[in-house]
Design a protein around this ligand. Structure first.
Ligand code: NAD
Ligand code: MG
Length: 299
């Protein structure tokens, strides 16, 4: 029998405990050059029509969690507009080919989300390319570790906020006039929103902001029939970690010491949470944060 995301199994051993070698790439990095390459669910995600006919804009869709979400969405019957940085074209092509293999439309829009005008252009290109828009999934984010606050430059602080907080704000604002009742928005927080690592001060702060922003916005938009929710991943093997995301010396232990599950997640394990929150099956869920972190207790 081929395994898929519905296969009954022990979650602790479903994916191997990885002991990644110390490796570094310049930001934003290419996932295809990682050892091991993260699992996006290419061989395991099986769609059952849960997003049939939907039109989704997904940021950070070239690699990691966003890429796993893009593949899952396409296999569930959605067309996908992918946002990523121009340097990530190679990773993006892999995802585009899988979306097309699923029989869905892929609209690739490379560009820099720290620009408000690009965020507005991205929304317009999604609407034009897919003939409308009814799902926004903000996954793009930056994380650069620094031992102490004096090492966080003003430029880093600004860029982390522009990417992680401002871009979703700009995108959602531009998308709203296009969203009909039934449409959904899913943002991406982190375990860091509740238990900030001292060496990820700026990043953790943005993740707290995303949670709070989403809960406030959810109350506003429920009056328009639009649901806003959040996924808060725990340690997940992705290229973010090897592009200054964490202290490189800690890579061999990545995820295994923190998580009660004894291992890091693979991006493939994050995707079903986004599918659930976008699908109409979560019709009565709004303003919620779904923690996908291997059992770490959150407030
Ligand atoms: P990733 O590096 O594969 O994905 C991040 C993506 O963000 C990149 O692929 C890139 O396309 C995009 N991005 C960054 N800066 C951008 C910019 N200026 N313009 C356009 N796109 C830009 O890593 P990932 O781990 O899959 O991260 C996805 C999300 O998950 C992030 O928001 C991250 O904070 C969150 N998250 C990850 C973990 C983890 O352990 N990996 C844990 C909690 C939360
Ligand atoms: Mg990438």
């Amino acid at each position: 029998m081929t395994r898929d995301q519905y296969t009954f199994d022990d979650p602790r051993t479903l994916y191997p405990v990885i002991r990644p070698e110390v490796q570094q790439q310049p930001e934003p990095g290419l996932q295809s050059r990682m050892t091991p390459v993260p699992d996006l669910g290419e061989d395991t995600y099986r769609g059952t029509g849960r997003l049939t006919g939907r039109r989704a804009l997904i940021t950070g869709a070239d690699s990691g969690i966003g890429a796993a979400v893009a593949i899952a969405f396409a296999r569930e019957g959605a067309d996908v507009t992918l946002s990523y940085l121009p340097e990530e074209e190679e990773d993006a092509r892999h995802v585009v080919s899988l979306i097309e293999a699923a029989g869905q439309k892929a609209v690739a829009v490379p560009g820099d989300l720290t620009s408000a005008s690009f965020c507005r252009e991205l929304v317009q290109r999604a609407v034009d390319g897919m003939g409308g828009l009814d799902a926004i999934v903000n996954v793009a984010g930056v994380q650069v570790w620094q031992e102490s606050i004096d090492q966080i430059t003003d430029e880093q602080f600004d860029r982390t906020f522009k990417t992680n907080v401002y871009a979703p704000f700009w995108i959602i604002k531009a998308a709203l006039p296009h969203l009909q009742p039934g449409s959904t928005i899913v943002n991406t927080a982190s375990l860091e929103a509740y238990t900030p690592a001292p060496d990820r001060l700026d990043y953790a702060t943005t993740k707290g902001a995303i949670n709070n922003f989403s809960k406030g916005l959810a109350q506003q938009l429920v009056g328009k029939g639009i649901r806003v929710n959040v996924v808060a991943p725990g340690p997940t093997w992705s290229v973010l970690q090897v592009t200054q995301g964490v202290d490189p010396e800690t890579l061999p232990e990545f995820g295994s010491s923190e998580s009660p599950m004894g291992r890091a997640a693979q991006p493939a394990e994050q995707a079903p949470a986004y599918v659930f929150l976008t699908s109409a099956e979560s019709s009565f869920v709004a303003g919620e944060t779904l923690n996908v972190n291997g059992g770490m207790v959150t407030p």
